[in-house]
Write a protein that binds this ligand. Structure first.
Ligand SMILES: Cc1cc2nc3c(=O)[nH]c(=O)nc-3n(C[C@H](O)[C@H](O)[C@H](O)COP(=O)(O)OP(=O)(O)OC[C@H]3O[C@@H](n4cnc5c(N)ncnc54)[C@H](O)[C@@H]3O)c2cc1C
Length: 392
């Protein structure tokens, strides 16, 4: 019997391995990953500065420790170049050497890649992205090397705003640039986004909205000149791009595994190819793309049972996301994009509760701003219909 093979050592890959081991201590497991397989919590990256955490303090376990803990062979720094669904085998490459890896069942946990804007200028390839621990180490190293602390962040989405708050909190001077007219434009209604922006501005964060970056160039003194489409220009010590993530579908596509925005699966997390499943940021489950921690945990529990012989559909209850911006703490449950909603807002002394109500009067999403509102998280979550019901 061939092993169960997991591609990817991110939160999704490790969560599946951990849940599977709870059910089955013995069946052979192999993890293959392009990186060093260090286990860490990615959400820590956008609040590590305020938490006084150096990059070296973030890892929870290296490949050796994880291999022993999970009784799993881990093949680090190994790329999956191709999947052969018919032969049930993978084509691998490590240090220029090719090899084959057979599988009985295959789990794609290959994550998502940062979107890169087409930006002109001789420093455009020095713009940081942070989507893993190694990216973060490079970013922190560069920050530490700079005399001044001016940081320009491209993107006022969840990750851009979290980094902005974390950096500002540690005495960096942060400017956030976005084409949208307000921060968190995809998650918040305009009236909440305005208050959220105000709170962040009060900490000293500067927003330049409704425009984008055209060019990043080197100046004589190692600073960067950031030129915007509106004609404005800014001087920065470090530039960080956080304009979104794109599910990694390239290896799946080559193997005729269907994809849309992400790798398509049903509620059993099965792709269209036999014995191949997808989880985490790369997976579009029943048409839903939810690149967050809670869905990964739901997926891992269900898939572990399926891999162990008990076919189990994933359950998606309402899973709100906490945005790590202490200057304006937010809990957000986005309503499904295809649902028309109207907003009902209750103002509180330290924030607000905004409810997204559909035409039938059903609560479909919400935004909780501030500590008092956050206490409503569980109560409100229970009122929102499941995205994927517990039993099919
Ligand atoms: C800064 C930041 C903060 C966040 N904060 C929050 C938060 O507060 N709350 C929340 O819910 N979510 C948060 N998220 C999202 C959450 O962290 C992700 O949903 C989750 O970490 C994704 O895990 P993953 O395993 O799917 O993907 P990844 O962590 O991207 O792992 C993908 C793995 O696949 C491997 N791989 C890819 N292609 C190949 C190949 N061809 N061959 C071999 N290996 C391959 C990679 O090497 C890697 O090991 C945050 C994300 C970021 C970037």
């Amino acid at each position: 019997m061939h092993p169960i093979v997991i591609i990817g050592s991110g939160m999704a890959g490790y969560a599946v391995a951990r849940e599977f081991r709870k059910l089955n201590p013995d069946h052979e497991l192999v993890m293959i990953c392009a990186d060093d397989a260090i286990n860490y919590a990615k959400p820590t990256l956008s609040n590590a500065l305020a938490g006084n955490k150096a990059p070296e303090q973030i890892p929870l376990g290296d490949a050796e420790k994880m291999s022993a803990q999970l009784n799993m062979q881990i093949r680090q720094h190994t790329w999956v170049k191709a999947i052969d669904p018919e032969q049930h085998q993978l084509h691998l490459e490590k240090d220029g050497q090719e090899s084959l890896q057979p599988y009985s069942k295959l789990v794609l946990a290959v994550g998502a890649n940062p979107v890169r804007l087409a930006i002109a200028g001789d420093a455009s390839d020095e713009i940081h992205v942070v989507n893993n621990l190694n990216d973060y180490k490079a970013f922190r190293q560069n920050l530490a090397n700079r005399e001044n602390k001016r940081v320009v962040i491209l993107g006022a989405g969840l990750i851009g705003c979290e980094f902005a708050n974390d950096l500002q909190h540690t005495e960096h001077q942060v400017t956030v640039i976005d084409l949208a007219p307000r921060p968190l434009g995809r998650l918040l209604p305009a009236h909440v986004a305005e208050v959220f922006q105000q709170h962040l501005e009060e900490t000293g964060i500067h927003f330049v909205l409704g425009t984008t970056v055209e060019k990043v160039s080197k100046m004589d003194n190692a600073d960067y000149l950031v030129t915007l489409a509106n004609g404005q220009s800014l001087v920065a010590d470090v530039v960080l791009s956080a304009v979104g993530l794109q599910p990694n579908i390239s290896v799946a596509k080559k193997a005729d595994i269907h994809s849309s925005r992400g790798i398509l699966t049903n509620a059993l997390l099965e792709t269209n190819q036999p014995d191949i499943y997808a989880v985490g940021d790369c997976a579009e489950v029943n048409g839903i793309l939810l690149p967050y921690v809670m869905p990964i945990m739901q997926q891992a529990r269900a898939l572990a049972k399926t891999l162990n012989g008990e076919h189990t559909a994933v359950h998606y209850p309402a899973m709100p996301v906490a945005v790590k911006t202490p200057a304006a703490p937010l809990t957000v449950l986005a309503a499904p994009a295809e649902v028309n909603v109207t907003w009902e807002t209750e103002e509180l002394e330290d924030g607000m509760i905004a409810k997204a109500i559909d035409v039938e009067g059903v609560l479909r999403g919400f935004v909780l701003l501030g500590a008092t509102a956050a206490k409503q998280r569980l109560t409100l979550s229970k009122l929102v219909p499941d995205l994927i019901p517990a039993t099919l």
